[in-house]
Ligand binder design. Structure first.
Ligand code: PBG
Length: 322
């Protein structure tokens, strides 16, 4: 039955009606806030390429975690920026490394907050790649042990979830095995399963000082034109023991997220990455659009496509409004 009997505008007439038939909503419980941690004390340094985002020293990151926990955000994900980098990324699994210290401090003072850690070598290697090098190639199998040990050191520091973002083959299985062997069978794995080699990571690499010295990450991260392959990546990570699957970036990959939602019955996460966040902020600063509304629209699109959890630098701002 069409017009004039059917009138789609009837239910759009007032905010009350729109609210009643709204299909998706953002909730604080969906949000995960990424935090950058640096060595030092009393540091809360703004990141120029990411308006509103800071690098915190351990004491300050505890304050920031408390602030977001008080706003009802259930989880944070930690990224470490170590003062020392070397070829093997030794800082990554150092029991007194920057992430381990931050993790212990947050877990001690906020036991009900879920602390997630990013497991990768790129912030800790002097060459900036996500694994160990063999010549100019990233050596997949040799990197697995380093990643698994890093995950265990995060678990030992109190992380509830570890999130491998390196895109080595077999890393989820290697991490699961090593966690279990060390008594951390209850620590969950959030796998960056479909992670694309994306230009949208630009601002993050400045924030985390993790730009590769040479080459790029296209030899291990996914090729943006590929869609079917993402389902294979996700299926493999599930088989290896992932508890939550992630698609990253989010907005340019909503088709991948929708495919994943139709295909898998595990919780899905999506990462609204630094470039997605910063371009909305930058356009807002120029007065070209309303950044708050654009951010909410971008985030609800991620939810609508099928994500249960959203990693976003806007988590605290959004939670304040919800
Ligand atoms: C790698 C990692 C990256 C991001 C999260 N984990 C960068 C990369 O792969 O180059 C990007 C996050 C963002 O852009 O917000 N450890």
């Amino acid at each position: 039955m069409g017009f004039p009997v059917t009138r789609m505008r009837r239910l759009r007439r007032t905010e009350t009606l729109r609210g009643m038939v709204r299909e998706h909503r953002l909730a604080r419980e969906d949000l995960i806030l990424p935090l950058f941690v640096v060595e030092g004390v009393g540091i809360r340094a703004p990141i120029a390429s990411m308006p509103g985002v800071h690098r915190h020293s351990v004491d300050q990151v505890v304050q920031e975690a408390k602030r977001v926990a008080d706003l009802g955000v259930p989880a944070v994900i930690l990224f470490g920026i170590p003062s020392h980098k070397d070829a093997r990324g030794t800082g990554a699994d150092d029991p007194d490394g920057i992430v381990q210290k931050a993790c212990r401090a947050i877990v001690d003072s906020l036991p009900s907050l879920c602390v997630i850690t990013d497991v990768c070598l790129c912030e800790y290697t002097d060459h900036g790649h996500c694994g160990l090098l063999d010549g100019e190639e990233v050596d997949n199998d040799a990197s697995l042990e380093r990643l698994a040990r890093t995950a265990v050191s995060h678990a030992r520091a109190g992380a509830s979830i570890v999130a491998p973002s390196d895109m080595m083959d077999g890393r989820v299985a290697a991490i699961r095995r090593e966690l279990d062997a060390n008594g951390y069978q209850d620590v969950a794995i959030l796998a960056y399963a479909a992670k694309y080699a994306s230009a949208f990571y630009g601002p993050f690499r400045e924030a985390a000082e993790s730009t590769p010295e040479f080459g790029d990450r296209r030899g291990y991260q996914m090729d943006p034109p590929n869609r079917r392959e993402a389902l294979r990546e996700m299926r493999l990570d599930l088989e290896e023991g992932a508890d939550i699957l992630m698609v990253k970036p989010a907005m340019a990959y909503l088709d991948i997220l929708a495919d994943a939602r139709r295909t898998f019955d595990v919780p899905l996460a999506a990462y609204q990455v630094s470039g997605e966040y910063s371009m909305i902020k930058a356009a807002g600063e120029r007065g070209w659009l309303d950044a708050d509304r654009a951010m909410e629209e971008a985030l609800i699109s991620i939810k609508r496509a099928g994500a249960d959890l959203i990693l976003t630098y806007a988590a605290a701002d959004l939670a304040e409004k919800l």
